[in-house]
Design a protein around this ligand. Structure first.
Ligand SMILES: [Zn+2]
Length: 660
């Protein structure tokens, strides 16, 4: 049986790669399906009943589709209406409050939405800005209730960020309501492919996705995205409470109490640091078992947690090392006001990783023959190197990092294009960081980056206006992890807004949020335990094995995938791309969760919770940390208290940079 599944899944995996070699599919192993299939036969007896529980749900979309949470008062509010599913070919709609009409307007002319195959009309009630709870009414049919208020996404931000606590490896986790597990995967060991042997005490980090592996490359973009949210939207994140084991814990070693948001991220940073070879600065690619375990709880997975290398000298890989260099450079900026010693450690790790990656620019990683967990293999690490140089330059302003960065950018000029970030394409993060770092003294390169970003944003904005469901995805964007693509497109739009203020860009970014939380052709919220109809069956081992009906909270589904990639997805009848999704635990190419998918959603929700979501500045948002005095403090922890400290957490574009 396993042999047949192996072949079917392998075929699907290869097909997904053939469709578009640049498609940022998550190159998860086909053996994931074996883990799911093995679950029924290997589950402990107490979970046998669960093995017979339904693995899938289907949804019939209601005729009025909107963000199931609601909307910010001063931003666009557009619902999708399916006229064919309503009587009398309606042409108008009303917004009701307590059964009283507060707004009546015309529906747009129906269009055929290519992504879904649906005939859709739009109900635009953006003019309604009064906080309250409402429903739309069309032809006597009511929508879900929804809110209009400035804090409408506050709980969503907490839920999705707290999802990372739920993914923690190596410590006891308790999210409440029965979602808990004791410490897992405490014993690390070097796999022979690392060139080392023996055990290593390096528990920590976040479980990557539905499996229990930990991968530097995917941790890299995840952690960076979250830290960027911290830098750009500090007012939304500084006081966010996550009820973590570290919450409220004071330490005399710290300059200032560590906010929960940074405490959670530090859990993963510490594991990433443990993957760096102290002898030379290189970074091992991943730490996983040799193959995926069955659908069991993390503490029941006793497969050895192995540090896996490339199998030959130098054993570490370029992409992982450069990613770590980039992330640790960001971390040095973010943690400096709170924990100068940790910030200094991060910067030192970043510098040594950058040096190693420059000396070894072409060491790819592919799974050794003995290993079948996720590969995250990327043959081109030039974008990771570009990004590392950019983040180090932004943190230190040292000219040799800028020189290396400009060398990396040169081949991209003069036809510079901004692409949507993904785990294997981080060039835009590097370009944007350079643009932020040089915003106060524009260079031709800065200008080119800003212009290219505006061009990319304009295309995305236009798509949200023509999509029947208001998202910015092209038909080609419905691939493995398309929901994260929507999130990362929003990230692009929000960065564009920082370069050049644009209500249209912010509204387009928020429109993707509406898509993810209900304004889609299934009428489903693709975030577990969020909204009126959240999806129920993620490909996520703790959710499958915990004997609780509802999945673990705050996790984003990968979403529609028109290219298949697992047995369930491959059996789905062909349909327009948005419809290529099932709420099925087994469909890992459509319904897995992953840390790098939640990250742009957290970023988007941080923007939406900022008191100034259209915040913009032409100076580096972290300029006050980039001053020479602070850079010096990062490198040599000073006895004096930080001079910017909390001030950067309440960023104001009018703040005068520290005097030098
Ligand atoms: Zn674990």
């Amino acid at each position: 049986m396993f042999g047949d599944m192996f072949r079917v899944s392998l075929t699907s995996f290869r097909r997904a790669k053939r469709i578009d070699p640049m498609t940022p599919i998550r190159r998860r192993s086909f053996l994931k399906s074996l883990g799911a299939a093995a679950a029924a036969s290997t589950l402990p007896s107490r979970l046998r009943a669960l093995a017979q529980a339904p693995l899938a749900s289907t949804y019939t979309a209601p005729p009025i589709l909107l963000n199931q949470l609601g909307y910010l008062p001063n931003h666009a509010k557009i619902a999708t209406v399916l006229p064919a599913n309503l009587p009398h070919s309606p042409t108008t709609f009303r917004v009701l409050s307590e059964h009283h009409s507060v707004l009546e307007a015309k529906l747009s002319t129906p269009i055929l939405d290519a992504a879904s195959g649906d005939t859709t009309a739009s109900a635009d009630f953006s003019s309604l800005t009064t906080p309250g709870t409402y429903r739309l009414e069309v032809a006597g049919t009511l929508s879900d209730p929804f809110a209009i208020r400035p804090t409408v996404y506050a709980d969503a931000l907490r839920l999705t960020m707290r999802g990372y606590y739920g993914q923690r490896c190596g410590c006891a986790v308790d999210l409440g309501n029965g979602y808990h597990h004791p410490a897992c995967h405490l014993d690390g060991a070097f796999d022979p492919t690392s060139g080392r042997s023996g055990t290593v005490p390096n528990a920590g980090g976040w479980h990557d996705a539905g499996d229990y592996g930990r991968y530097i490359v995917n941790s890299g973009i995840t952690t960076a995205t979250l830290l960027w949210a911290w830098e750009l939207y500090p007012d939304a994140l500084h006081s966010l409470t996550l009820d973590l084991p570290e919450s409220g814990a004071a330490s005399k070693k710290l300059n200032a109490p560590l906010p929960d948001f940074l405490a959670e991220i530090k859990w993963n940073l510490n594991w990433m640091l443990s993957m760096q070879d102290p002898a030379d600065g290189g970074v091992f690619h991943k730490q996983t078992s040799l193959h995926f375990c069955a659908f069991i709880l993390p503490q029941d997975d006793h497969l050895p947690s192995q540090i896996i290398g490339t199998g030959a000298a130098p054993y570490k890989s370029t992409c992982a090392t450069a990613d770590l260099a980039a992330v640790m450079a960001i971390a040095a900026r973010c943690y400096q006001p709170f924990d100068a010693a940790f910030a200094a450690r991060c910067l030192a790790a970043s510098r040594s990783a950058w040096t190693w990656a420059r000396q070894h620019p072409n060491v790819p990683f592919t799974n050794p023959p003995t290993v079948s967990t996720g590969g995250y293999d990327d043959p081109d690490c030039s974008d990771e190197l570009l990004w590392a140089s950019a983040e180090l330059f932004r943190t230190t302003h040292e000219p040799h990092y800028e020189a290396a960065l400009l060398d990396s950018i040169k081949p991209l000029l003069p036809d510079l294009k901004i692409t949507v970030p993904s785990w294997n394409n981080v060039a835009s993060l590097g370009l944007w960081t350079y643009a932020f770092a040089t915003a106060s003294h524009l260079t031709p390169t800065t200008h080119a980056i800003q212009q290219a970003t505006q061009t990319a944003a304009a295309e995305l904005i236009a798509r949200t206006h023509t999509s029947g469901y208001g998202n910015s995805l092209s038909l080609a964007d419905y691939h493995w992890g398309s929901n994260s693509n929507a999130g990362n497109q929003s990230l692009l739009l929000l960065v564009a807004n920082h370069f050049q203020p644009s209500t249209a860009a912010v509204d387009a970014a928020l429109s993707n949020l509406h898509y993810l939380i209900g304004r889609n052709c299934f009428g489903v919220s693709w975030v577990t335990q969020l909204g009126h109809r959240p999806f129920q069956h993620p490909h996520h081992r703790p959710s499958a094995a915990d004997n609780i009906a509802a999945p673990w909270p705050g996790l984003l589904s990968g979403g529609p995938n028109a290219h298949g990639g697992d047995a369930v997805a491959d059996a789905l009848p062909k349909a327009p791309p948005m419809r290529m999704w099932l709420d099925d635990q087994r469909a890992y190419s459509m319904n897995e969760i992953a840390i790098n998918w939640n990250a742009p959603l957290v970023f988007l929700l941080a923007a939406a919770n900022s008191t100034r979501p259209s915040l913009h500045t032409l100076s580096d948002p972290t300029e006050n940390l980039s001053s020479r005095s602070e850079r010096s403090a990062v490198e040599k922890p000073a006895a004096r208290p930080p001079t910017c400290g909390i001030k950067i957490c309440h960023l104001d574009q009018n703040i005068t940079p520290l005097s030098l």
